[in-house]
Design a protein around this ligand. Structure first.
Ligand SMILES: Cc1cc2nc3c(=O)[nH]c(=O)nc-3n(C[C@H](O)[C@H](O)[C@H](O)COP(=O)(O)OP(=O)(O)OC[C@H]3O[C@@H](n4cnc5c(N)ncnc54)[C@H](O)[C@@H]3O)c2cc1C
Ligand code: FES
Length: 346
């Protein structure tokens, strides 16, 4: 699989926890990407290869260079390494931009976009917001953004600038869970009633699209509020930064040793999984190279077909029910629930 090389052109803090990296594509060719897509960084640390995906916050129509924003996760191996150890002038390897969390933009569209973000979930939505405002002059954007307090609002200054630039078509509502006493806006966490009321109050009489990005429980609340107002699933797109946790009952079943056989092109890999390992993690531990990208159940680069046995993918909805019934599985989040599984990868 082809990879990209980036040089870090700039690095700065957006909030006390989130750090932005402005990148230069050193191959020199134009990098094509859509708003909402991510790149997957390939990081070699202590002799092991790790891959972590980061949404591009930049958009080609407004920003000269691609950029990502990384939030430091407590106990997070790679986010800490990237933020603490990498500096301007250092290089990063990455896979080409990927992802389906993308609006279908057209200059003739006259839509109302509701973008629901919590914390670092703002990154893909920030790119979408800029793109919609520039590329669809008849569309409106409502950003509903949950953060901890005023200091933790990622891209705060840039969002304010956009509000000045597009006062008629951009409306931003901040929800702060722990604001200062001076805060005059909404206080508290996003809940069903609040989001339902917000959508109703802000609704314009035009076609709507909803995009949600944040922690799993936040996304569930936002989706339920949207649906309770009668909007269909087809109008709602969501992206999670974290693969779903496998359900407890299946986790117990999955905790005994399982054997995996992978048929990939002309090669056959057979191995045993350690307790609770994913099929991909087991393959990588044995240095078997099978395709993958985000390693988070989002991009489908690791797609395979389970032709024997059964694989559990938790609550992930990256594949449709129909695709799951056909035996399609994502090896990066898939764990066998039968003693043996055979996976065919094209
Ligand atoms: C499509 C996609 C886009 C992403 N875009 C961004 C982005 O723009 N900015 C960004 O900061 N991150 C983003 N992520 C998350 C990122 O890829 C890493 O998962 C994150 O940086 C943590 O990696 P780590 O190695 O530091 O943590 P790990 O060592 O992998 O995990 C440490 C602990 O933190 C938990 N954890 C992992 N990720 C998260 C999370 N996002 N929130 C809360 N807990 C977590 C794990 O369950 C574990 O308990 C994205 C992920 C995907 C799949
Ligand atoms: S590697 Fe992206 S879904 Fe599995």
């Amino acid at each position: 699989m082809d990879t990209l090389k980036f040089k870090i052109k700039d690095k700065f803090w957006e909030t006390p926890e989130a750090c932005s990296f402005v990148l230069e594509n050193v191959a020199g060719n134009t990098l094509f990407y859509k708003p909402g897509q991510f790149i997957t960084l390939i990081v070699n640390l202590d002799g092991k290869e790790y891959k972590r995906s980061y949404s591009l916050s930049s958009v080609a129509v407004k920003d000269k260079n691609p950029a990502i924003t990384i939030k430091k996760i407590k106990g997070g191996n790679i986010s800490s390494y990237l933020i603490e150890r990498l500096n301007i002038g250092d290089y990063l390897d990455a896979h080409y931009p990927a992802g389906m969390f993308v609006p279908d933009l057209h200059p003739a569209n006259a839509r109302q976009y509701f973008l629901f973000a919590a914390g670092s979930g703002i990154t893909p939505l920030f790119a979408m917001m800029k793109s919609i405002l520039v590329k669809e002059p008849k569309s409106f954007v409502n950003l509903v953004f949950s953060s901890r307090d005023e200091d933790h609002i990622i891209y705060n200054k840039q969002i304010i600038k956009l509000e000045f630039e597009f006062p008629e078509r951009l409306n931003v509502t901040h929800l702060l869970s722990n604001p200062s006493e001076a805060w005059q806006g909404f206080k508290g966490r996003a809940d069903h009633e609040l989001l339902e009321n917000l959508i109703s109050e802000l609704s314009l009489d035009i076609e709507k699209s909803f995009f949600i990005c944040g922690p799993k429980d936040y996304m569930e609340i936002a989706e339920a509020a949207i649906k309770s107002l009668g909007f269909a699933s087809e109008n709602i797109k969501k992206e999670s930064f974290k693969s779903e946790i496998i359900s407890n009952s299946k986790m117990n079943e999955a905790s005994s040793k399982k054997s995996v056989k992978i048929v990939y092109r002309k090669e056959v890999f057979e191995y045993e999984l350690e307790d609770n390992q994913t099929i991909l993690d087991g393959a990588l531990d044995h240095n078997y190279r099978i395709p993958y990208n985000c390693a988070s159940g989002v991009c489908t680069a690791c797609l395979g077909k389970c032709v024997e046995g059964e694989v559990d993918m938790g609550d992930s909805d990256a594949l449709s029910e129909n695709e799951k019934k056909m035996g399609l599985v994502l090896t990066c989040i898939g764990k066998p629930i039968t003693e043996k599984v055979v996976i065919q990868i094209d």
